[in-house]
Write a protein that binds this ligand. Structure first.
Ligand code: MG
Length: 159
């Protein structure tokens, strides 16, 4: 078994969709970034890549690469899953937290879990997503951005 940790943050701006865990969340602002800026999936991808000892998201999906412009981060997650499978790993379990003052995310979490488990080809019982506010403190509390943390346990592996 190996464990990986991921963290990401994106700025909230007007004129962008808010995509979290591959779910379009209705809100007056969205996350700024090169791809769809799905902060949860970026943290998760870093956790998975990190667990396998394969570097980080920027190494595999560089923001300078036009291929990832406005890309769905579900596609990036699928590629990260393929990388792990090539190395003989399967997903043990995933836990994650989105730090977000607004909007309320509770009702969207089942859709995020479904997306992640579908794309990684693992059971939904292996995927956990939580959301919490920052009690009004800091950049997440003021609504300037959204951050996410993820840990992933992976099993197997060759070599
Ligand atoms: Mg990111």
């Amino acid at each position: 078994m190996r464990i990986g940790f991921g963290y990401d943050v994106h700025r909230l701006v007007e004129g962008r969709r808010l995509v979290l865990g591959g779910v379009d969340v209705p809100y007056e602002k969205g996350l700024h970034g090169h791809s769809d800026a799905d902060v949860l999936l970026h943290a998760l991808i870093d956790a998975l890549i990190g667990a396998a000892g394969l570097g980080d998201i920027g190494k595999h999906f560089p923001p300078t690469d036009p291929a990832w412009k406005d890309a769905s981060s579900l596609d990036l997650l699928a590629r990260a899953g393929s990388l792990l499978r090539e190395k003989g790993y399967t997903v043990g379990n995933i836990d994650s937290t989105i730090v977000c003052e607004a909007p309320k995310l509770l009702g969207h979490i089942p859709g995020m879990v479904r997306n992640i488990s579908r794309v990684l080809g693992c059971g939904e019982e292996r995927v956990n997503v939580k959301a919490k506010t920052e009690e009004g403190l800091g950049f997440t509390g003021s609504g300037d951005g959204i951050s996410a943390y993820a840990v992933a346990l992976i099993e197997g592996g060759r070599g």
